[in-house]
Design a protein around this ligand. Structure first.
Ligand code: PLP
Length: 410
């Protein structure tokens, strides 16, 4: 049995870049009694969710909802559209892009991973010109899909998906475009239809504020056409039977009913606040976080200010200081969880999440924990929290700094 003897006094500060804190409203929705997933009430719920989720992806095309983590939704995108031995082009921006590449190899695809060399590549976004160059060289059109990550959660660097689309179009190459926005969705602007994305992959535990356990594939007509020809083995992930069952708001198997209650509630919250306001809120928090890091005199992992993530900020530790040791001190002393440096970035940096159900005071508390932890680790920093406070005060003087939002859609 789970015991709660690890519970410290006060609240835990979950400032990792997902899973993000789950609002009470969603937790309460999840506590509703589980209903018959083949019954009429469930069908009505399913239809509503399947319709509303489209607004968040900015698509009019189907969005597939899986009971899975984001990794499952990655796999679903590949097995639904590709065949064994197909070449695909992937761009390494960080740990998640690298893991997706590994998955593609395991599935019997032939992924080619391009990117800037070494660790530097983990401080930059996707370079559309490098994709275009590779596609131009692919004279006999062997590359079947280009795969990129919209918000690289391991680094805090975003990529310009519209520019990737333009670069592909300029080559006239017929490749599919797959985008992972597992941590970008409902935090940073994302436009599945306008950007001509064929499969968008996402998950529940970041901007949507749910616990982990739901994965998404938003799809295009072109992706659906590829689905008819693709021969990689698939059963659970197969879009066909799911789309059929979704017509009545159902699934071909038992869906995760109580997580879907939470998804319905989350969509209500996000659409009532308005997507633009959700994005603006994330930008305000990210701006204050970066200002604090600047005042500490530490570097931000992302090299290009145009690509700063509104979801998280990667903070580079000074030479000789271990980011994991810092995180351990901060967790043990202040009950604050920060994201670790992953893969090539292990120990070199830590990540502050400011996504989902986060506000100014939550972030200020997290920054206070960081500032104290840095000082306790003999990194001589000061003034970060005050600087972030000043940023918030200035933001509040801006005319668009709307704070109180409606609780339901009119
Ligand atoms: N892609 C990105 C950008 C992620 O941030 C994550 C998880 O954090 C994943 C993929 C993998 O998702 P999951 O851990 O839900 O399987």
């Amino acid at each position: 049995m789970l015991t709660l003897d690890f519970h410290a006094s006060g609240r835990h500060f979950l400032q990792i870049p997902g899973p993000s804190p789950v609002p009470d409203r969603l937790l309460r929705a999840m506590s509703y009694p589980t209903i018959d997933h083949r019954g009429p009430e469930f069908g009505a719920l399913g239809q509503r969710i399947l319709q509303d989720i489209k607004s968040v992806f900015k698509t009019t095309q189907p969005v597939i909802i899986y009971g899975s983590s984001g990794t499952g939704a990655w796999e679903a995108a590949l097995v639904n559209t590709l065949s064994a031995g197909d070449k695909i082009l992937m761009f390494e921006t960080g740990q998640f892009a690298a893991l997706w590449n590994e998955m593609a190899r395991h599935l019997g695809l032939k992924p080619e991973l391009i990117g800037l060399p070494g660790y530097e590549g983990w401080r930059q976004g996707v370079k559309p010109n490098m994709i275009a160059e590779r596609l131009r060289a692919d004279k006999d059109r062997q590359i079947k899909a280009v795969c990129v990550v919209h918000n690289e959660t391991s680094t805090g660097v975003t990529s310009d998906i519209a520019a990737v689309r333009r670069a592909i179009d300029e080559t006239g190459h017929p490749t599919l475009l797959f985008v992972d926005t597992i941590s970008g969705l409902a935090c940073a602007d994302y436009r599945h239809d306008e950007w001509g994305v064929d499969v968008t992959i996402s998950g529940s535990q970041k901007g949507l504020m749910l616990p982990p356990g739901i994965g998404f594939n938003a799809i295009s007509e072109k992706a659906l056409a590829s689905n008819k020809k693709a021969t990689l083995p698939r059963s659970y992930w197969d879009w066909g039977p799911i789309l059929k069952a979704n017509e009545t708001g159902h699934w071909p198997y038992t869906p995760n009913t109580n997580l879907l209650y939470a998804l319905s509630e989350s969509l209500d919250m996000i659409l009532a606040e308005g997507l633009d306001e959700v994005f603006a809120r994330h930008c305000r928090l990210a701006e204050a976080c970066r200002a604090a890091v600047g005042a500490w005199g530490l570097e931000i992992q992302c090299r290009d200010p145009n690509l700063y993530s509104p979801v998280l900020t990667g903070v580079v530790m000074p030479e000789g200081k271990d980011a994991d040791q810092l995180r351990k001190i901060i967790y043990e002393r202040f009950n604050l969880s920060l994201g670790a440096g992953l893969g090539k970035a292990k120990g070199k940096m830590f990540r502050i999440g400011h996504l989902g159900d986060c506000n100014e005071l939550t972030l200020l508390a997290a920054l206070t924990g960081c500032e104290m932890g840095l000082q306790m680790s003999q990194v001589p920093v000061s003034g970060g929290v005050n600087t972030a406070m000043d940023v918030f005060i200035q933001q509040d003087r801006r005319p668009n700094a709307q704070k109180i939002v409606k609780l339901s859609r009119s």
